[in-house]
Design a binder for this molecule. Structure first.
Ligand SMILES: Cc1cc2nc3c(=O)[nH]c(=O)nc-3n(C[C@H](O)[C@H](O)[C@H](O)COP(=O)(O)OP(=O)(O)OC[C@H]3O[C@@H](n4cnc5c(N)ncnc54)[C@H](O)[C@@H]3O)c2cc1C
Length: 598
């Protein structure tokens, strides 16, 4: 079993050297904090991960949740973990003091989540689902809903979920058919329908499950405009007792990875006895749910990055120890074999992983900073951060999700035959990475969101803001000798990306289907540009530290950053050329191909 599963040094580099997380303490909301409290949060996450989460990584993969007598039974090792998450206040750590929270910035909390996820992804999801669900109630629900549900969610006694997907409505949520019928009690509705793939939708590690569920009020507008949001508890309170709310667990899914988490199929109101409580106003459910989905999307990018990071360190450790073959220039058979990390091709696979996971973590930390700044600033400044975060969300979700399927594959490859066996953890990481391009909106849907919506809204203002941020980084890097060539290269590719964007937008008014047919490739191009920018951002700090005379481990760390920048620009940034060629092509083969010709 690999020992290192993440790099504390890298996390600290991002939080304190690159993004200056401490500067958040100048705002009232975070004024009680300092680097010491942030470090305490991260140290505590590391301790819990090492003591409780990591030892269960393989166990939870082998002993999946089971449906027994209508109840999903999870691995019993999860019980103390769930208790700990509740007792230590992880679920509401970011919320206000008067709600029992600790007002910790999401930049710090998402870094702590990254540590949990890298240690054991399945076990990390429970508290964050509850946190997101509770956040929806506190943001949009009535005082009564807040008082009824959130306290026990914060302690972890009650699990929270997001219940959107149905058998005939996955990507297309406007097609949901779960219904809500008003009762004589205002705000209380009878709910009927079914929900599938609901993460933590039922399990025996909690007393109740609080579903934040989308349904359509009968007689309301059709499509997405008719969707409302409800709190639908698994059990409701009657005379101070918890009784069944007719939410039945019809099944538990058996999955290729992420096996420790219980994913439920739920039947709602089969006996006409499910009550749901309206959150906010009728028909605004999807816009409310977007708060949780956007948080979750950044979270999914982080999950993928964390799994990719754990796989990277497992393969790095192996590559340093495994002797095999000799260096190409020295084939003397009498000499001992060299460790495989000496082979350029193995270094290429390690650099690929390092470049993707550390580049992704930088982007995700940047997004969390934007989220924190958007929550504490006002007016134009607030809008500035909101627009940047909104534009970057599909990238921050999809780039790590797609790429960590490839990086975990590279980790398996580095271990050779051993990587394919269950004796080593990399095959598990490879399987666990695969969910991320699917849930919280598939990559295809995020491509459509980026090209069809995000870069157009407000007359392209978000894109202008992002380009301005990139140009600021380019300008800074241009003043540092060693980084000048990279700054110039990024500028050239920024121009190429602009050509592609303008070309695609010119198609929008002519043929919508052609305009959006390669939205996923545009998302890929945008992802590479964004991560290239994030590598230059990191390299500026690394080179400054090297110029200031960093030595020893620090020298190695910063030098590693510069070499990974080199790798990214040499191997990844240039992929934009082939994407550009395709995106500027007049050939519309995917649109013109017919179903019958396959
Ligand atoms: C392990 C797991 C956990 C999950 N957890 C939750 C949860 O907690 N809560 C919840 O509500 N849901 C959850 N989901 C559901 C998940 O969000 C959906 O599976 C996902 O949104 C895709 O929907 P779908 O499976 O119906 O696929 P579909 O929507 O049928 O998509 C199939 C394929 O078609 C493509 N496609 C679909 N529509 C279009 C289009 N208009 N244009 C181009 N391509 C398109 C998609 O990109 C995809 O490649 C979970 C799923 C899994 C597997």
């Amino acid at each position: 079993m690999a020992n290192q599963f993440y790099s504390k040094r890298n996390l600290q580099f991002l939080l304190y050297e690159v993004f200056d997380t401490e500067s958040l303490t100048q705002y009232n909301y975070y004024q009680d904090h300092a680097r010491e409290t942030f470090d305490m949060v991260l140290d505590s996450a590391e301790q819990i991960s090492e003591k409780l989460l990591k030892p269960l990584l393989t166990e939870m993969d082998r002993k999946e949740p089971q449906l027994v007598d209508g109840k999903i039974k999870i691995h019993e090792g999860m019980f103390p973990i769930l208790k700990k998450f509740g007792e230590d206040g992880w679920i509401n750590a970011g919320f206000n003091y008067d709600e029992g929270g600790q007002q910790i910035p999401s930049t710090v909390l998402s870094s702590a989540a990254f540590i949990f996820q890298a240690a054991n992804y399945s076990s990390s999801v429970f508290p964050f689902l509850t946190s997101g669900a509770a956040n929806l109630i506190r943001s949009f629900g009535s005082q009564e809903l807040k008082d009824t549900f959130t306290p026990k969610m914060y302690t972890g006694d009650w699990q929270g979920t997001m219940a959107l997907t149905e058998p005939d409505a996955g990507s297309s949520l406007s097609d949901i058919t779960t219904t809500a019928e008003p009762t004589e009690n205002q705000g209380v509705y009878k709910i009927k329908g079914q929900k599938i793939y609901i993460s933590a939708g039922d399990h025996d590690g909690c007393d109740n499950v609080i579903h934040l569920m989308l349904a359509k009020i009968k007689g309301g507008p059709s499509g997405a405009k008719g969707i409302s949001l409800f709190v639908v508890p698994q059990k409701r309170t009657q005379n101070s007792e918890l009784i069944s709310n007719d939410v039945i667990t019809a099944g538990v899914y058996h999955k290729m990875g992420y096996k420790g988490a219980p994913i439920a199929h739920l039947m709602v109101g089969s006996n006409d006895n499910t009550f749901g409580y309206l959150v906010g106003e009728p028909h605004k459910g999807l816009s409310y749910m977007f708060q949780m989905m956007n948080e979750a999307r950044i979270g999914v990018g982080m999950n993928a990055t964390a799994i990719g990071t754990a796989a990277y360190y497992a393969s790095l450790e192996y590559a340093k120890e495994r002797p095999q073959g000799r260096v190409i220039s020295d084939k003397d058979i009498t000499k001992p074999q060299v460790q495989i990390i000496r082979h350029a091709d193995v270094k290429r696979m390690l650099l690929f992983q390092k470049a993707v996971v550390e580049g992704s973590l930088a982007l995700l930390t940047q997004c969390s900073m934007y989220a924190d700044l958007a929550s504490v600033t006002e007016g134009e400044e607030r809008e500035h951060y909101h627009l940047l975060l909104d534009l970057l969300t599909p990238i921050a979700k999809s780039y790590p999700s797609e790429m960590c399927c490839l990086t975990t594959s590279a980790a398996v490859q580095i271990l050779g035959g051993a990587g394919y066996t269950t004796d080593f953890p990399v095959e598990q990481f490879y399987r666990e990475a695969r969910i991320h391009p699917i849930h919280e909106g598939t990559t295809g849907i995020h491509g459509l969101d980026l090209l069809g919506r995000k870069i157009i809204i407000k007359n392209g203002k978000s894109l202008q803001l992002l380009v301005a941020e990139m140009l600021k980084t380019i300008e800074k890097a241009n003043s540092i000798d060693r980084l000048k060539p990279f700054a110039q290269k990024l500028q050239v590719y920024l121009g190429k990306a602009d050509t592609v964007t303008k070309h695609l937008l010119s198609l929008a008014s002519k043929d919508l289907e052609i305009f959006l047919s390669d939205a996923t490739l545009y998302l890929e191009l945008f992802g590479i540009m964004t991560i290239s920018w994030q590598w230059l951002v990191q390299a500026i700090k690394a080179e400054e530290a090297l110029l200031a005379g960093a030595t020893g481990n620090d020298f190695d760390f910063y030098q590693g950053k510069i070499f990974t920048l080199r790798y990214f620009y040499e191997y990844e940034l240039v992929k934009i050329d082939s994407l550009m060629k395709r995106l500027l092509s007049e050939d519309n083969v995917t649109v013109e191909m017919e179903a019958g010709w396959f």
